[in-house]
Design a protein around this ligand. Structure first.
Ligand code: HEM
Length: 449
């Protein structure tokens, strides 16, 4: 750059407190579900690129479709878990490795998530969903939907991706530890005694030991020829020569990625069906028609899922309004110019999915729940609807999530009627995932057939 040339300025931003910066203020807003307003005020004051200080890192907050495009497509940034999460699950996860290494790990996971493979999971998912509803819903007057759907998606994942049998002790251990661990995802990463974060770190240690035990067991079975790489992702990673610590990091990440997200989608879809009678009727009609075409006890098939078009459009609209992953972060690999500002090397870059999802110029009347927006998904402008991210790091579990959601919803709407339980309101927070008040308590009644 010549001496007389004007230097590109850093992004402008609000006053920040030393060390905590804007973390506490944003965390408070996430708890109160006012983070969108908080960030919109930031955009109104400083424009689409602003400087914040979050979770111990200088952060460029970007908004708009061009921000989404930059975050998903630019080679100048790399994926990065928030520091709080990285300290709990490790730094060698698929999210944090780059280039060929990322492609290699992703290829291993995709072997269990490709559409042709997911197609084979339909019968198992069908079985898990029915078992869950029989055990968790039938005979009960009230259900906490989020707790129940989390248990369901956790079990499906354990069965089909990790090959852990229903009675495996490790399954229950991991469930317990992850209920604690997830609370630390966006915590200030300081390990002081008696804080929530220190309890989360302790839970992650116990979780890691449990995964190490699974690795040992799989290694022995692989050596004895009792398991093969196609059986489960841990055996595959072992067979591919991945070091144990890297396997543990990736399993820890997969557990978080694969179950809380889909549970949030299912919960908010059920919540919406309680609010919106018109959408509810259309979903029930579509699902009843499929149920009528089945013999008693017959499992859903791949073709049945293809007939659930309206239900999936309602799920997409749920993902628009209540995206389970509402913020994605990256780290700059070098100084990078964006939108007329210089974002220095090593900064965190962050966007909020909800910024484009609730932009009236893209989705008119954005506060209205309208599945018709997704009857023709191709009509949605590029980089506007991004619940599964995009580019090289597009969520590889999106087809898995679609199938799991549709199977679960089919049995819920064809077997139960529900209404919000007395004393439970429709409010929700977003910390760390969208979480409805009291986990969404509903009073249920089985449909007599
Ligand atoms: C409704 C459910 C789900 C949602 C909304 C969701 C959302 C996302 C998003 C937004 C990303 C990209 C993050 C980024 O670019 O920073 C992502 C990545 C990922 N997701 Fe999902 N996800 C869901 C379900 C699943 C499931 C069921 C699995 C596995 C069974 C899964 C596995 C992964 C993995 C491994 C990555 C990392 C990909 C990479 O870095 O290459 N997700 N997910």
């Amino acid at each position: 750059r010549g001496g007389g040339e004007k230097k590109t300025p850093p992004p402008p931003g609000p006053f920040r407190l030393p060390f905590v910066g804007h973390t506490l203020s944003l965390v408070r807003a996430l708890h109160a579900n006012t983070a969108d307003d908080w960030l919109r005020r930031c955009v109104a004051a400083y424009g689409p690129v602003s400087r914040l200080s979050l979770f111990g890192s200088p952060t460029a907050f970007l908004s708009g479709t061009s921000a989404n495009k930059f975050i998903f497509g630019s080679a100048a940034v790399t994926a990065k878990n928030p520091e709080s999460l990285a300290r709990m699950i490790g730094r060698r996860t698929i999210r944090e490795v780059v280039g060929d290494e990322h492609r290699r790990v992703r290829a291993m996971m995709v072997q269990f998530l490709r559409t042709d493979v997911v197609k084979r999971y339909v019968a198992t998912m069908d079985d898990e969903v029915r078992r869950h509803l029989d055990a968790d819903w039938r005979g009960r007057g009230t259900v906490a939907v989020m707790t129940s759907t989390k248990a369901l998606t956790f079990d499906v994942m354990c069965t089909v991706i990790f090959g852990l049998g229903r009675d495996a002790t490790v399954r229950r251990e991991l469930w317990t530890e992850f209920q604690q661990l997830v609370k630390g995802i966006f915590a200030v990463p300081v390990n002081l005694p008696f804080t929530t974060y220190s309890r989360c770190l302790a839970a992650s240690e116990r979780g890691r030991r449990a995964v190490a035990g699974v690795i040992q067991e799989r290694r022995a079975k692989l050596e004895r020829g009792e398991r093969s790489p196609g059986d489960d992702v841990v055996t595959l990673m072992l067979a591919e020569g991945m070091p144990d610590d890297d396997i543990i990091d990736n399993v820890m990440f997969l557990i978080i990625a694969a179950h809380d997200t889909t549970a949030a989608l299912l919960t908010f879809l059920i919540r919406q069906l309680d609010i919106d009678k018109d959408v509810f009727d259309k979903v029930v009609q579509e699902q009843e028609e499929i149920a009528r075409s089945k013999a008693p006890g017959e499992a859903l098939s791949w073709d049945d899922l293809g007939r659930m078009r309206y239900t999936w459009a309602a799920a997409m609209e749920t993902l628009r309004m209540y995206p389970p992953v509402y913020s994605m972060t990256r780290k700059t690999l070098d100084d990078v110019e964006y939108g007329g500002y210089l974002i220095p090397k090593g900064w965190q870059v962050m966007h909020m999915t909800t910024m484009t999802h609730s932009d009236p110029a893209i989705f008119p009347d954005p506060g209205r729940f309208d599945p018709a927006r997704f009857e023709n998904p191709a009509a949605v402008p590029p980089f506007a609807f991004v619940p599964f991210g995009g580019g090289a790091r597009l969520c590889p579990g999106n087809e898995f999530a679609r199938v799991e959601t549709l199977v679960a919803l089919h049995y819920i709407v064809t077997r139960f009627r529900w209404k919000l339980a007395a004393g439970c309101d429709l409010s929700f927070s977003r910390f760390p995932l969208p979480y409805p008040s009291q986990g969404l308590l509903i009073d249920i009644e089985p449909i007599q057939k």
